[in-house]
Design a protein around this ligand. Sequence first.
Ligand SMILES: Nc1ncnc2c1ncn2[C@@H]1O[C@H](COP(=O)(O)OP(=O)(O)OP(=O)(O)O)[C@@H](O)[C@H]1O
Length: 266
Amino acid sequence: MSVTPMNKNAPLIEVRNLDLHFGAFHALKNVSVSFDSGQLIGLVGDNGAGKTTLIKVLSGIHKPNSGEVYFAGKRVKEFHPKLAIKFGIETIQQSVGLCDNLSIARNFYLGREPVKRWFGIPFLDFKKMRDASTKVIRTFGLRENVSADDQVEMLSGGERQSIKIGRAVEFKNRVVIMDEPTNHLSVREREHVNELAQQLRDQGLLVIYITHDIHQVHKLADRIVIMENGEKVTDVAKDEMTADELEEVIRCGGRVVDTSKEVEPS
Ligand SMILES: Nc1ncnc2c1ncn2[C@@H]1O[C@H](COP(=O)(O)OP(=O)(O)OP(=O)(O)O)[C@@H](O)[C@H]1O
């Protein structure tokens, strides 16, 4: 479900001075960042940098201790997953989001099952579910012999990701957050998922792509945001820095190293 834009000139998502504590642990430190539609953002950083915590705030799972969050210019006051879904934010994670023992068609509409009425009595609209998911199976290049009635457990990792991405498109989401979407995928499947991420961006969605692999995301992204130890340490257009330079930033814990001043050992 999508929501009518509230302020067309405002960034699609903006956070200002976000702080979040888990008990004594300071997980997000004064994070400010904004994201626009039609961008593919690489959100990168080492383990524990705060990437997932940040997107959990945007998905309404964590409430920040202080700071402000705006969706299309409107301040978010309550943090609840339903609110994020209403705004059109879909998070795609490797390990969650699909029920193995249900068909592809049922998974496609999970939590949004269409209903038709016969003499006022509601029934699940299996035909609608089957037709829409068959379209996605074909559009997103799943194997020819896969059918909408097959259980999800028979799909490969890449095909599962395709179903989740197709769902995000079908339900007209505005934001797709992909958390390590290519972990454990084959080279070909990885390429396929990355192509889909770019297609979403080309259709005008905001794609936030979380990964450890700066080289992979540098090829796809328009912008790279690096987090380190709960802080945003770098926020650059892709063309401003090479993947090697950004890797160096991550290796040095967020400090930009001025290599021009390095002296050759004598
Ligand atoms: N619910 C929680 N309770 C306590 N600490 C948490 C909780 N969630 C995350 N943390 C801590 O917050 C820090 C940031 O975690 P987060 O998952 O955001 O990192 P990340 O950048 O996504 O790392 P990774 O790439 O390893 O997933 C970590 O030190 C983590 O242990």
